[in-house]
Design a protein around this ligand. Sequence first.
Ligand code: DGL
Length: 269
Amino acid sequence: MSILKAENSKKIGFCDSGVGGLTVYSKFRKLINSEDIIFYGDLKHSPYGNKSKEELISYSRNVFDFFKEQGVKAVVMACNTTSASTYPIIKNEYDFKIYPIIQSCAKIFANMGINKLGIFATESTINSGVYESEIHKYNSNVQIYSQSCPNWVNIVESNSQEDKGSVDIIKSDLDKMLANNPDKIILGCTHYPFLLDILCRYAPPDMFVDPADYFVNYIIEDLKNSDLIDNSFSHKGSEEFYVSANPDKFKVASKMFYNVSEVKLKELD
Ligand code: DGL
């Protein structure tokens, strides 16, 4: 077996604070199902969006050390919050490829021909200013309106999006953003696409951009260019789902988006 063959048959890690990463993984799986994957949801520390940078770096290192032990060939950071705050710090600490969602998609967003771009994201992502700085690297003319939605992740993780209180919160956050008259709004947290049904009751569906739609194509293209795709397409890739807490909660919330059959509990600290 050549070194290359051994490398491309290794697993791919996907991580997020919880079910949000499934909005990325489900789209990846639809395009390519011959890859073996490990998904890690850090529910013990969810939500990430209000944690300090130091805390987030420590969580990311734990998850990436776990992926390293598992011998992955690449990790998809299916989390905007860690892409913004921990990716720049830990990116050189591991010898596998890392795909951070914001940095991987920024060029595409910058060149969408949009003048006024709204960004919905967690407090941590918004405070980092990374969406602005990454997009402006490629196109400084895009006017960006950033807004945090501090309650949305908990609404998704608790599967309570149809409760009246939740709908009111989502609508009020959306109204604030719409007052800027954006051409499009990026759902800059992987949990937010779970709320599209509700958002689309109050704004046209083509107003919203789910970065996952672009991100998964970017990842697959790059894996191919790096000779890291498993070419045995007839083989159905295996899936393992781990969480640091509440496997049952993860299973229930995930149903909205992906059929997760078995969830294992794996604490990392
Ligand atoms: N879904 C993650 C993101 O894309 C983290 C959300 C959170 O846990 O606050 O930012």
